[in-house]
Design a protein around this ligand. Sequence first.
Ligand code: ZN
Length: 361
Amino acid sequence: MLSMSIRLYIVSLFCVITLSNCQNKNNTSSVKDEASIVKEKLKALIIDGQNNHGVWPKTTMMMKSYLEETTLFEVAVYRTKYTYQGPHHGEVDGYNHDSIKRLLENYKLEDYKVHIPSDSIIADPDFHPDFSKYDVVISNFGMDSSDWTTEVKASFEDYMQNGGGLVVVHAANNSFGNWDAFNEMIGVGGWGHRDLNKGKRIYYDGSGKGLIIPANGEETSHGPETEFVLTSRAPEHPIMKGLPREWKHTKDELYDRLRGPAKNVTVLATSFSDIEGNAQPWAPENKGSGKHEPLLMTIDYGKGRIFHTALGHMDYSMESVGFIVTFTRGSQWAATGNVSIKVPTDFPNKETSSKRAWRLK
Ligand SMILES: [Zn+2]
């Protein structure tokens, strides 16, 4: 990875050279050249290919376009050779079980690689991104992603320990439950063969106090998809600064009872898991937690920075302006430690969610 200090030094060096050359020519072009160099883009990599949320070929393209629209990022996608689209796709407009794989064609990559759809999970022995080329890696993997090789895991741990950036989106916190270092990076996760009695849970009580308790044998859960209100818990954090204290999110799943090492976690925003309202429709005896659950977090891992959003179940969940703004700001923070992306005027308030209809351009 090109560290920021080295990046700034190179930019400064270019500016000096450019300006000294241009002073012998004309000042107008020197200003133009300097501006174009200063705007060197952050390099983001979205990794995907296997996710129980079958909509992922579309949501990857949504996140790619959100980052590119900020003009701050150039975005690459690295996809597994064997792809898997799990059962969470009944709600995707125009697609059913037989046609869901068309999403891969309709939102295809131009990476000139072979991607082979499968109904089962097949490990990709050639999956080996060069993480060091990127300022931030965004995971759109989900539950049932195949394990990476020992070598790739080690290279990713090394990348993060030495100042890499990671963004974990929704079901990406279901993946890789047996990978200890990944669990440290994401702070807390759910399902994915994680031990029900291992790790800790984080929540806020009614007085606004943050608490950490041991895992107690309960699996992670969510209720029916619905709109819900998020509450900022870190209004001075760069990702949160300028956002309202509370805002309404579009239809999504509200994860509760996430658990994990819970080390070096800063909770940015929570949402209340109502005991009855967030009970599982398919197993109503599994109630909501009755606690304010962390849905936006940052985690420090070595010199690396992680932004973890539990939001983003479906394409319509990602059309939420609240998702778009926290995702892009979180990605910039994970890449640089700073945020310059402004809060837009259509950001939602507590009473009303807001969304932007997304189409591939
Ligand atoms: Zn989901």
